[in-house]
Design a protein around this ligand. Sequence first.
Ligand SMILES: [Zn+2]
Length: 76
Amino acid sequence: MRVFACPVCGEAGVPILYGLPTPAAMRAASAGRVRLAGCVMTPDQDQWACAAGHEWRAGDDAQLGAAIQAAIRAAE
Ligand SMILES: [Zn+2]
């Protein structure tokens, strides 16, 4: 899994997961592997978040999806 660094503070980013989380997604969030967001989706929503609370966009949807899948698989 590719890690995207925060453009502000340089901390490693975790993918932001939108929508209703599955139990595995909630475990992944508890482990700090994903950030859960609400169900409201906008075209320019942020995709990544760091531990300091910064959020940003990076990469493409495929990379984001792969990062989310990897985080959830690790929590199953
Ligand atoms: Zn940051």
